[in-house]
Structures are given as C-alpha cells and as structure tokens.
Design a protein around this ligand. Sequence first.
Ligand SMILES: *[C@@H]1O[C@H](CO)[C@@H](O)[C@H](O)[C@H]1NC(C)=O
Ligand SMILES: *[C@@H]1O[C@H](CO)[C@@H](O)[C@H](O)[C@H]1NC(C)=O
Ligand SMILES: *[C@@H]1O[C@H](CO)[C@@H](O)[C@H](O)[C@H]1NC(C)=O
Ligand SMILES: *[C@@H]1O[C@H](CO)[C@@H](O)[C@H](O)[C@H]1NC(C)=O
Ligand SMILES: *[C@@H]1O[C@H](CO)[C@@H](O)[C@H](O)[C@H]1NC(C)=O
Ligand SMILES: *[C@@H]1O[C@H](CO)[C@@H](O)[C@H](O)[C@H]1NC(C)=O
Ligand SMILES: *[C@@H]1O[C@H](CO)[C@@H](O)[C@H](O)[C@H]1NC(C)=O
Ligand SMILES: *[C@@H]1O[C@H](CO)[C@@H](O)[C@H](O)[C@H]1NC(C)=O
Ligand SMILES: *[C@@H]1O[C@H](CO)[C@@H](O)[C@H](O)[C@H]1NC(C)=O
Ligand SMILES: *[C@@H]1O[C@H](CO)[C@@H](O)[C@H](O)[C@H]1NC(C)=O
Ligand SMILES: [Cu+2]
Length: 784
Amino acid sequence: MHATWLTALIAAETVHSLATPPLGYDRRLLREVFDKRSSNESQSSCFTAAAPSTVAPKANPWAPLTPDESLSVWNLLHDAISGLNLTYPTEAKLTDNYVFWVDALHTNKSNVLPYIDGDAPFPSKYARAIIFEGGKADPDSQEYMIGPLPVSEETKIEKLDYIYNGPSGGSVPYNARYFDGPRNTATEPLIVSIMSNISDITAAMFQGGVYYGSKDNRTNLSLTSGTPQSFDGTTAFRNIMFRFPGPASYMTPLDFFLLIDCTGTDASLYSLKGFVTNEKFYPTIADLRTAFEAGEIAMEYDQTKDADWALVDYKPELGVRDLEERLAPSTLELGGKRYKLDKENQYVEYMGFSFYVSFSRTLGLMFYDIKFKGERIMYELSMQEATAQYGGNQPKAANTVYHDTYYQLGTEMGSLVEGFDCPWGSTFWNITYPSYNTTRVNTNSICIFEADMNFPLSRHRTSSSNKFGFSNFGTVKGAALIVRAIATVGNYDYMFDYSFHMDGSIEVIVRASGYLQSSFYFPEQGKFGPRIQQATQGSLHDHIITYKADFDILDSTNSLQVSELKAVNQTQPWFPELGTFEQMEMEVYNMKEEAQFNYAANNQAMFVVLNPNATNIWGEKRGYRIVPGRSDIHLSTLNSPWSLKNSEFAKSHLAVTCQHDNEPFANSVQNINLPFTPQQDFSKFFDGENIDGEDLVLWFNLGMHHFTRSEDVPVTLYTEAYSSIVFAPQNFFDRAQDGDLRNRRWIQVDSEGTLTFEDYGIGLDTCPIVLEEPTALLGGVGTL
Ligand SMILES: *[C@@H]1O[C@H](CO)[C@@H](O)[C@H](O)[C@H]1NC(C)=O
Ligand SMILES: *[C@@H]1O[C@H](CO)[C@@H](O)[C@H](O)[C@H]1NC(C)=O
Ligand SMILES: *[C@@H]1O[C@H](CO)[C@@H](O)[C@H](O)[C@H]1NC(C)=O
Ligand SMILES: *[C@@H]1O[C@H](CO)[C@@H](O)[C@H](O)[C@H]1NC(C)=O
Ligand SMILES: *[C@@H]1O[C@H](CO)[C@@H](O)[C@H](O)[C@H]1NC(C)=O
Ligand SMILES: *[C@@H]1O[C@H](CO)[C@@H](O)[C@H](O)[C@H]1NC(C)=O
Ligand SMILES: *[C@@H]1O[C@H](CO)[C@@H](O)[C@H](O)[C@H]1NC(C)=O
Ligand SMILES: *[C@@H]1O[C@H](CO)[C@@H](O)[C@H](O)[C@H]1NC(C)=O
Ligand SMILES: *[C@@H]1O[C@H](CO)[C@@H](O)[C@H](O)[C@H]1NC(C)=O
Ligand SMILES: *[C@@H]1O[C@H](CO)[C@@H](O)[C@H](O)[C@H]1NC(C)=O
Ligand SMILES: [Cu+2]
C-alpha cells in the first residue's frame, strides 16, 4: 500500500459524495437515489471487498418473515375461510376490518434451545398480525398468531394473547388502538369546521395562517397531536397543536391548541373540548371569539415562516474554519475485513465472537446467541422501547409521551450514508418487512464495520533505571466490531450501536439527533426549557431507551450477584495509633427475587450476572459485569397520568426477571394509549419469583434527560446526546483476553541495553518509520 494510492483514493471519494437529498422527499425516490449511488460506489470504492463468508452452525431460527411467507400469510388472512372479513387497508373505513401490520412472531426460547444446542428440529415459525376490527359490534384491535409456516393444512389463525398480561390479552379497545389514516381522516371534518369558523382569528394571530383542511389550497397551518390519545380505551381525544408547515415544522410551533373528543367509530359524535392559547383555556368558539374581540389574544412574538435556520445544510454565514476544506479522518479497514458473514442467516463471526442478527418492524435490530470463543454469553440482546416524555404548561408538551415501537421504529431504519453515517467500506445490509401483500426493502439500512478504538486496548511500560527508562513495553491495538442502524421516528434520529470489543466485552450505545419537539416561547416558562429561536422554546423531556439482555452465561442457570462497597470501622493491631479506623470492603450476595432496581448512589455496587456452577481456574464464579456508562437514567416522573402504568419499564435503571416464553417483551406496541389499563404492565413481571440460579433476563435503560439548548438548533448533536452501557467479563476468563492478539507492539531492553522491537509482522506499510528507527521514536530518559 502506498501513500499516493491512498491520496488518490481519498480524492476519488470526495468526487463521489452524494448531493443532499431533496427535502420533502418521497421515500421511494430517496431509496432510488441511494441505490444508484451505492451501485456507483461499488464500482469506484476501493474498500468494498466483501467480508469473507462463513456458514452459520444452524439456520437462523429468529429470522424475519421471507417475502413468500408474508404473502402467504396475507393471502390466508384475506381468504374467506379465515372468517376475518377483511377489507384491503387502503380502502378501509373505521367500520371495516383490516390488517394493521404483519411481522414474525418471536420464537419461544424453549423451542429454540433444543435446536441450537441439540438435535431438535428447526422450531416452527409463526407470524403475528394486528388486525383492526372496526366491523365488530364492540370494535377493537385484535392480534393473531398464524402458523406453523409455511402455510399448510396445519396452519391456524389463533388469537395471540399469551404475550400480554393485561385484562384483554391481544385485544386493544378501539379508542386506544393505533391512530392511523382512517382515524385521522374521521376527525378532519370536525377540525375543518371549527378552524374555518375561526380563520379570521388564526389569521390575525399567526401572520395570515389558516386551516381549512389538509387538502385545501388555502391552508397554511399544519397540525400535530401526540400520544396518549386515551387513558383507558373508554374515550379518545386529540390535543392538537398548530405549527407552520415545512420540513422543520417541529421547530416552528404556534401557541394554539385545539382539543377534541374523538371517541368511537361514529365521527358525527366527535366534539370540541376547547382551545388553549397564551396559557388560557376557552371551552367554546364563542369564548375564544369574545376574548379575541376584547383584544386579549395576541402574540408577543411572531414565529418564523421561513425555517431555513433549522435545516442541516451548509451554513457559510457561520464562518470558515482553517483547513476545513480537507477530508476529515476516516476509519478504513486497511488490512481487509476481519469479520465473516453468513448473509442468508444474518450470522456474524468476529475475533472470537459469533452471533445471529434479526429484525423486527417494531423493535429494530435484535441479536441472538452471542458467544465468545464458543461459549454463550447472551441468548438475546434487543431494544424493547424508545420512550420520550415531555413537560410544559400547554396541552401538547404536557400530554406527550412517545413509545416509538407504536410507530414501528424498525421500519423507520433508513438508508445510511457511506463515509458519514458509517465508515467507507462498511458492509451494508437491507432491512425487509411486510407491507400489505408485498415486502418492502429499506436498502443499506444496517451497517457492519470494524472500527479503530483510537486508544490501545491495554498497555504498560515497566520502569527501569537503564537509559530508556523501561525494560518492557507492551501496547495492544484497540478495535471493535460495530453493528449500527439509525431510525428516524418523526423528529428524532436514534442511532443504535452494538459494539463487540476484542476483550469479549459488549457495549450498547444509543445516540439521538434530529429535531426537538419544541413549543412556542413564553418568557416566563423557563422552567420548561430555554428560548432557542425568536418564538421557539426547546421543550424539556426525558428519553428512556429500554433494552432486554437475556444473559445465558454458559447456560441458562444464572444468578445476579451484588458486590456493595461499604465503609466500615475496624481495628488493625499493627496500627495501634489509629484505634478504630474506616476502610472499605465488599458485601457480596446474590439477589433472591425478581426486582426493579437502580444503580447504587456513587455507583458503590457492582452487579454481575454469573453462572453459579461454573468457576474459572482460580475458583471464582464466571460472570459478566454490568458496567454503567453515560447517562443511564430512568423517567423523572413516576406518577404522571400520561405514563401511569404503561411505562413501568422506564421507571428504574435496571430490572431482573425470570425468563418466560410468555414474557418476551417489556412493552406492547399499542400500550401508549392505555396508561391506566395497560395491555402490558411490566411491573406485573415482578411477582416474587426466585432468580438465584435461574434463567434470568436483565432489562436495562439508557437515555438522557434532555436539557434542551440553543445548540439543539438545527438538530440535537450526537456528541452530547448519547448513552451507553458495557457488559464486561468478570472472572469469566482466567486472564484478560488480549494475550492472543498479534496487533501489538512489544519492546524490550536487555541487560546490555539493547532494544528490540517486535511487531509480529503487522503494520501499516505506508508508515514504516516505527519499524526502521524505533529508538529515535521512543527516545528514552533524557534531560533538556
Ligand atoms: C453513476 O455513474 C454513472 C456513470 O458514471 C453516472 O452517469 C450516473 O449519474 C451515476 N449515478 C449517480 C446516482 O451518481
Ligand atoms: C364484513 O364487514 C363489512 C364491513 O367491512 C360488513 O358490512 C359486513 O356485514 C361484514 N360481513 C360479515 C359476514 O360480518
Ligand atoms: C361558528 O361558530 C359559532 C359558535 O359556535 C356559530 O354560532 C356559527 O354558526 C359558526 N359559523 C359557521 C359559519 O359555522
Ligand atoms: C397564508 O396564506 C395567506 C393567503 O395566501 C397569506 O396572506 C399569509 O401570509 C399566509 N400565512 C402564512 C403563515 O403562511
Ligand atoms: C385553489 O383551488 C381552487 C379550487 O380548486 C382554484 O380555483 C384556485 O385556483 C386554487 N388556488 C391556488 C392558489 O392554487
Ligand atoms: C438490497 O436491496 C436492493 C434492492 O432490492 C438489492 O439490489 C440489493 O442487492 C440488496 N442488498 C443486499 C446486501 O442484499
Ligand atoms: C396486492 O393486492 C392488490 C389489491 O388487492 C392487488 O391489486 C395486487 O395484485 C396484489 N399483489 C400481489 C403481489 O398479490
Ligand atoms: C466510623 O467511626 C467514626 C467515629 O466514630 C464515625 O464518625 C463514622 O461515621 C464511622 N463510620 C462508619 C462507616 O460507621
Ligand atoms: C448449580 O448451583 C446451584 C447453587 O449454586 C445448585 O443448587 C445446583 O444444584 C447446581 N446445578 C447444577 C446443574 O450443577
Ligand atoms: C410459546 O410459549 C407460550 C407459553 O408457554 C405458549 O402459549 C405458546 O403457544 C408458544 N408458542 C409457540 C409458537 O409454540
Ligand atoms: Cu431529546
């Protein structure tokens, strides 16, 4: 490899950079642009040599549905013999039965283990389908399981109740079900009639802004309403906020809210609950008009109509930075890819690690059977929910709690830009999921790459009195394999990273960028966030990202050991002058029962998942430690009505339960509209079961308290908005797993003072200085 070649390559990459995709893009169009671009890239990039292939030991039993499977499930559901009486979704009305979505059903662990660890047959595959049943006398949303697949005489359609612990299993009351297109459409006439009536008022308040309906060409306000839209499924409501439309409408909110009741499937019964503006409530149009005519309603600040300030494009007016025209440093897998893939089975091998990848339309990436050097560490590692809860003295912020699985977070994982979202030369995988009777492809939406950690994994220089000041000097390269996807769910771009480190540790990281859901600025509302634009306040909120880690340290018999650091007063006879003195010691015990718990104050407790029946060579129990990282938090409010009992998983740092086939998920995807009567109540998992020496599951939260700032404009920055956790071997091995790595340097000085430099044949050919002149580079002890 030569420097000139590298320079030429970098120049080529610059030329091939992708133009900014058009705003307000059609997703299909964007996909085409990306596809064309990636095929051009594969002709020109020098780093696209595919990863070596491998063959998974077993076919992937967690795989998503294939296009054939999902089409046959779709056809079966729509066949008259199913008795489901389904209408094609794009033609459906509220009072029809139609499919919301279809996905693979989570495979029971009890069926998988005998297959992956033994000779049992491939576990039967099932689909799950959520069907909106507006055609029933008591309309609801009902979930079904369909299997076994492929569809045959034996395939049954059964109600899927067993994964939920709420009162009605897989049934969600109509008023709490996902607020989809038909429900939106049903509320439109009421909204239009109200807003047309007061168009003179909104025009006076908001620079001519009016709403006559989303399709009316006079309309120049847009609207949004968040969740929850029901508390218990008996009623439904929309707390609507108006904004200026455009690509950055999240950043141009208006101080005008319309609250409506939209209970039931008969839209003629929907009604006005009132208006809110300037922190006052007006129950009727007449009340609003009276206040308006009395001059009590006027805006102190104008919202910006042109939101160019909120776009992530080049802003030359910010100035020029010296040398910034040069290409920034990049991770390049210069030595060739060091991981192997079985693409068909979505199976990965890297530096002793092996694991399967799967995908769910709601949860996104999932990892199964994570092993290191052939020994199982985790059965499953998956994201379970991305919650965000806001605060503010107006209906939208106060009312907003998001569960992003409700919006099918997985399907929002979109194309990644090579060289920016992921390093040049990364492996890109597609995501596929059923969409009605077809299968949709999000191209290049998962990337896999090995990255330089840019710090050594380990290093030491032993001191000596010789002229170099050391006798031995070892340093080991730090690298990790990262699997990444970015889901743009409405305003936010959540980046999910799963890192597999050389020493056997596993790191989970989530980052957030994208638009704030902001509010209209009021000078006295600083307690809900700062002013970030002329008329915009960044709304205070929490992000809580819940994950499941089904540890199987060697096997499914595990315990959760706590080592609490205690300050104790004691005496030591050889220090008589001290009498009683304080020092620390560990109190070590296993947790006995399922529990939701927090990290100890000052992190003075270590939590280790271990196998009570396996010891290392030193007789210590083999385990993995839970190492808290950045911003491992839980929700700030534990008793808010908007997240009362449907967000229990977000209310502690950690939780541990016994693994059960009927408790695969922390949440249900339509739980958001049921805070009082959840379909899935995570707190019910904790029913006193013993966890000591059982198959246990660790649930953990990452996130951040989003103290918004003007630097959230145009979008939140990944540098600050991130959270992480590490799972690190704790007496799992007999010693650190770095001794077997040849990507290291070992420098010795013998008794004659001769220095030798060992590189194990591994180096960067374009930078040979170290090999030629080690003494010059190392220097030694000297005086100036
Ligand atoms: C791909 O390369 C061809 C040939 O150089 C060029 O005509 C085409 O515009 C490129 N497409 C994109 C999307 O860059
Ligand atoms: C099927 O659903 C439609 C509404 O989509 C309804 O009019 C019809 O009565 C239903 N048929 C049966 C047999 O339930
Ligand atoms: C507007 O609303 C007022 C108060 O509800 C009502 O009296 C009036 O008839 C409405 N006007 C129109 C044009 O709908
Ligand atoms: C809305 O449209 C009207 C009529 O074209 C125009 O006068 C007004 O400036 C527009 N207001 C906004 C906020 O776009
Ligand atoms: C809006 O629609 C009306 C009726 O369809 C049409 O007459 C009018 O020209 C349109 N106005 C604009 C600005 O497009
Ligand atoms: C991703 O999907 C595109 C379009 O269907 C296809 O051309 C491409 O080969 C797929 N890529 C991978 C890695 O499977
Ligand atoms: C999907 O359904 C639509 C509407 O019924 C039909 O027009 C289309 O042919 C179907 N496609 C497939 C692949 O079955
Ligand atoms: C140790 O003893 C000192 C002096 O009595 C006391 O102040 C301190 O709180 C004790 N520490 C602990 C951990 O009990
Ligand atoms: C595992 O250890 C537990 C307690 O440490 C013990 O009760 C149990 O019998 C052991 N199981 C096996 C299979 O060795
Ligand atoms: C999975 O396990 C649950 C709970 O034991 C059971 O009800 C369900 O039928 C199983 N599902 C399949 C597909 O075997
Ligand atoms: Cu945020």
